[in-house]
Design a protein around this ligand. Sequence first.
Ligand SMILES: C[S@@+](CC[C@H](N)C(=O)[O-])C[C@H]1O[C@@H](n2cnc3c(N)ncnc32)[C@H](O)[C@@H]1O
Length: 289
Amino acid sequence: MTVAERPQNNTIGFGPDGRDELLLAAPEAFSIAHDHCSPECLHIHAIWGYLRLYGGLESVARDGDFLIRELRQAIVDGARRILIAGSADCGILSYVRYAAPEPAMLEIDLIDRCATPGALNRWYAKRHGLNLWADATDVMDFDGSRGTYDVILAHNFLMFFNHEGRCAVARKWASLLAPGGRILSVSTLSAGDDRAVTRFDRDCGEAIADKVAREHAAAAPDGIATEAIARLARSYAVGQHNYKIPSDTVLAAPFKAAGLDVTLRATGPFAARRGVVAKHPMQKRKEAN
Ligand SMILES: C[S@@+](CC[C@H](N)C(=O)[O-])C[C@H]1O[C@@H](n2cnc3c(N)ncnc32)[C@H](O)[C@@H]1O
């Protein structure tokens, strides 16, 4: 497939791979997750693909404008080494694949505190001839022994941390950036203080779980029992706790404190979604020349 033939974006669907690839990845992840996940993350990693298929999770697809545009620009600027920091399934890797004119020229590393995303992304990388290394590690324990990165890509990751934690993560990422490198991160802005709260209110959570169960039963795309999907979807929908990021200023502060040059951008149709481009200061000097 040439660059011109590739989808530029898929704003309401399933990400750049479309539905067919997701129909393969979702049962693969379900199976891998039951081998690798702890009880704390099984309800995320086992059903992420189904949530994307049935409309419970739209941000991966709807942030496509930002992800493709910024990744393409970084690659045009010479980026070759990319770190994906946290990935619930292989959707984020699919953006890297679609952004690159020659995906095999990239060296892609992926870390997640659970082993499931690494195993699933290895499956995806093998299918598509990508050069991927993946490891199960906490972001704060990742030591940089694999070298520095031109791009660090983190989608819906900062919500796992309070402000102090986000500052530590931004410092860690800044230490892993190559001169001229950049962090691309997407988060939602929403009112709240620095305490973790449930991501969905009870009605919204129940509605997501019911929708997933109903649609899986109707579609029956694979041999996986609707009851198992529904139980995990309910556990996900009522059990997710996140930290709120209330404003652009609060979102940008950890990156600025880490010495990076920060630009905030809209990512697509959701007004509250915010893309961060945080560049190693070297980039600024390069652009000024
Ligand atoms: C909510 S997911 C979303 C990622 C992205 N939206 C996607 O679709 O892949 C974030 C991932 O970060 C991982 N994670 C959370 N805290 C982490 C940490 N401290 N270190 C490494 N991974 C972490 C979780 O296991 C999860 O797979």
